[in-house]
Ligand binder design. Structure first.
Ligand SMILES: *[C@@H]1O[C@H](CO)[C@@H](O)[C@H](O)[C@H]1NC(C)=O
Ligand SMILES: *[C@@H]1O[C@H](CO)[C@@H](O)[C@H](O)[C@H]1NC(C)=O
Ligand SMILES: *[C@@H]1O[C@H](CO)[C@@H](O)[C@H](O)[C@H]1NC(C)=O
Ligand SMILES: *[C@@H]1O[C@H](CO)[C@@H](O)[C@H](O)[C@H]1NC(C)=O
Ligand SMILES: *[C@@H]1O[C@H](CO)[C@@H](O)[C@H](O)[C@H]1NC(C)=O
Ligand SMILES: *[C@@H]1O[C@H](CO)[C@@H](O)[C@H](O)[C@H]1NC(C)=O
Ligand SMILES: *[C@@H]1O[C@H](CO)[C@@H](O)[C@H](O)[C@H]1NC(C)=O
Ligand SMILES: *[C@@H]1O[C@H](CO)[C@@H](O)[C@H](O)[C@H]1NC(C)=O
Length: 526
């Protein structure tokens, strides 16, 4: 009733359609109200909470033909041309229970895929939210081939365009407009968050950027360099997944207790420099299933070393120890890494028959010299963002199997040095949290549920939820001291087994006891 009354004051109820309430009517009539240059509305439809939304148009490689939607919302789908040879697909989801906040989601890998689960998640938390397809459909890098404008969308333009249009639409849809704007993304989504901060410092009041694919070109080089190290499965330098498990157990044996707790989780990989020669099979060994050859040990040492360029300068830091079991099937599987391969094929050499088999650091140099549209996303001067009052919460899982968390630490130092600011000053607008026991954007052996998405949701309390922590920081000026993660008993989103407070970098987590490592108060950030 209240809602109808509100809208009748605004003259909207007079056009209400039988059987629909004012929100539904507003939604069904919204498409006709959108008249923006380069924007073609495909449809605006009301979605009732509890719907399992079918997504028949989503590219098959995006592996998302359905999305469960828990709250009532108005779904608007558009095509927006970004140049004469490129366009993005944008969706804006406007929840009925709106909290006055705008948000943009991001993407992953080289995609090409609207992250419907992030739209569903943030709409559920009351944000007017947008998600774009990053300028192409699907997970392959092939659409970049001979299409520089498509690559430009991927490098920076898709998110920014979605934000400009999304903010306009939010003001049109809700008479009260919005007060603050936010960003939530991880991986490529983390890079997109940092790109916004660096290039469009006024787009967001608060950015949550996880496991960012920044230092992007060198990340692709690093991903490419594992295959030449491991070789194919028949080579004597290769380790099976079972052998990587042996390596992981040895690393845990050497490093787990450094933080004071034997819980299978390394709180600070910076202190972990495992000696892998301990795994060399003794000459007398009869059973070699828990030891390695010298060539295999060399492989392990190489993946745990930084990648240096032709002139010896570091391009990318080492893989952090502790992630071996998660990493083995993806990076150490005896095949060239798909995203890297696509990049050299379709962008660097524009040669679809190029194969990553014989990749060398010469290829790294060729790619870095190119750096199209500054996709590196490595600017260290954030002063415009700082001056605009923006806040950024950067997090990175310490078991990340796709993007080494050490690259995030490197970036943090790069910002500190470029801006000539110590951590206490950076803390005023930039806080970085390392998340032990978290894989790439989620998963892992520890307390990785920090509310970064639907499947890692452990409540809306700002202490347990990085997005709501950002809202509190922006709107109440209370910055997060720590990020509390939940370890789930039975996988993502299940019951909590224990919680742990993750420290703000450069502090590290130390177990002081007494009691169990499952007790969050037995830990201290030092
Ligand atoms: C992406 O897919 C959507 C939905 O099928 C389609 O409308 C759009 O034209 C496609 N975009 C590109 C760049 O191919
Ligand atoms: C949505 O529907 C699909 C296809 O029927 C099904 O596989 C999926 O489990 C459903 N999801 C939910 C949350 O009901
Ligand atoms: C397309 O090209 C025309 C002519 O060059 C130009 O005027 C127009 O601005 C271009 N459109 C976009 C969306 O870039
Ligand atoms: C914006 O903030 C003002 C002041 O706190 C508040 O009165 C208003 O309702 C807010 N608007 C929205 C859209 O939330
Ligand atoms: C070899 O050692 C492994 C691991 O210690 C053990 O699981 C396996 O049963 C042993 N195999 C033989 C033949 O003893
Ligand atoms: C080494 O190469 C990198 C990347 O091309 C470059 O930025 C750096 O300045 C070079 N360093 C030296 C010492 O030449
Ligand atoms: C890679 O190098 C090997 C050894 O020189 C050569 O036999 C093979 O053809 C090369 N592969 C490609 C795809 O160039
Ligand atoms: C700590 O708690 C875990 C999980 O409940 C349990 O397996 C372990 O035995 C406990 N350790 C100690 C020292 O109490």
């Amino acid at each position: 009733m209240t809602r109808l009354y509100t809208f009748s004051l605004l003259g909207l109820a007079s056009t209400a359609i039988a059987g629909q309430d004012a929100f539904q009517t507003k939604c069904s009539q919204f498409a006709d109200k959108i008249n923006l240059p380069n924007v073609k509305v495909n449809f605006a439809e009301y979605v009732q909470g509890g719907t399992n939304l079918s997504l028949p148009d989503n590219a098959a490689s995006c592996s998302a033909s359905y999305q469960a939607v828990s709250v009532d919302l108005c779904r608007v789908a558009m095509a927006i041309s970004t140049s004469n040879s490129s366009q993005i697909t944008l969706e804006a989801w406007f929840p009925r229970e709106y909290k006055g906040r705008f948000l943009s989601t991001g993407n992953g890998g080289l995609s090409g895929c609207i992250q419907y689960y992030d739209l569903a998640y943030t709409a559920q938390l009351g944000f007017a939210t947008v998600g774009a397809n990053n300028g192409h459909n699907g997970t392959s890098g092939e659409p970049f081939y001979h299409h520089p404008e498509v690559l430009r969308d991927f490098a920076y333009r898709s998110v920014h365009t979605g934000v400009v249009i999304g903010k306009e639409l939010t003001k049109k849809f809700y008479e009260e407009g919005f007060n603050k704007s936010y960003y939530l993304g991880c991986s490529t989504g983390g890079r997109q968050g940092w790109k916004s901060i660096q290039k469009y410092p006024n787009d967001f009041d608060g950015v949550v950027a996880g496991a960012p694919a920044i230092n992007f070109i060198n990340l692709l080089s690093w991903s490419a360099h594992f295959f030449p190290i491991t070789g194919s499965p028949s080579s004597d330098t290769y380790l099976s997944t079972a052998e990587w498990k042996v390596v992981h157990e040895e690393i845990i044996r050497q490093c787990d207790a450094i933080d004071g707790a034997k819980d299978g989780i390394i709180e600070d990989p910076d202190l972990c420099h495992p000696i892998m020669e301990t795994l060399i099979c003794a000459p007398s060994a009869k059973n070699t299933s828990s030891c390695l050859s010298r060539a295999q040990v060399h492989t392990v040492q190489q993946v745990l070393s930084p990648l240096n360029g032709l002139n010896g300068t570091q391009l990318y830091p080492r893989m952090q120890p502790g992630s071996e079991i998660l990493t083995a099937p993806i990076m150490y599987n005896g095949q060239p890494f798909k995203y890297s391969n696509d990049w050299w094929k379709y962008v660097v050499y524009e040669n679809p028959s190029w194969s990553g088999e014989n990749w060398t650091v010469k290829d790294a140099a060729a790619a870095l010299a190119q750096n199209p549209y500054n996709i590196q996303t490595w600017e260290g001067d954030l002063s415009l963002f700082q001056k605009s009052g923006g806040k950024v919460l950067h997090y990175h899982g310490l078991q990340d199997q796709l993007i080494s968390s050490e690259d995030s630490k490197w970036y943090y130092s790069h910002v500190a040095e470029t801006m000539n600011l110590p951590p206490t000053s950076l803390d005023e607008f930039y806080r970085f949290f390392t998340i032990s026991g978290m894989g790439h954007c989620g998963g892992g052996d520890g307390a990785y549920g920090i509310g970064q998405g639907l499947s890692t949701y452990a409540g809306s309390d700002p202490d347990d939820n990085v997005l709501m922590a950002m809202v509190k920081w922006v709107e109440q000026g209370v910055a997060p001291e720590a990020v509390r993660g939940t370890r789930f008993v039975d996988g993502p989103g299940s019951k909590a087994e224990y919680r742990r407070k993750h420290c703000r970098y450069p502090r590290r987590n130390v177990f002081n006891g007494p009691g169990n490592y499952t007790d969050e108060n037995a830990w201290e950030c030092v």
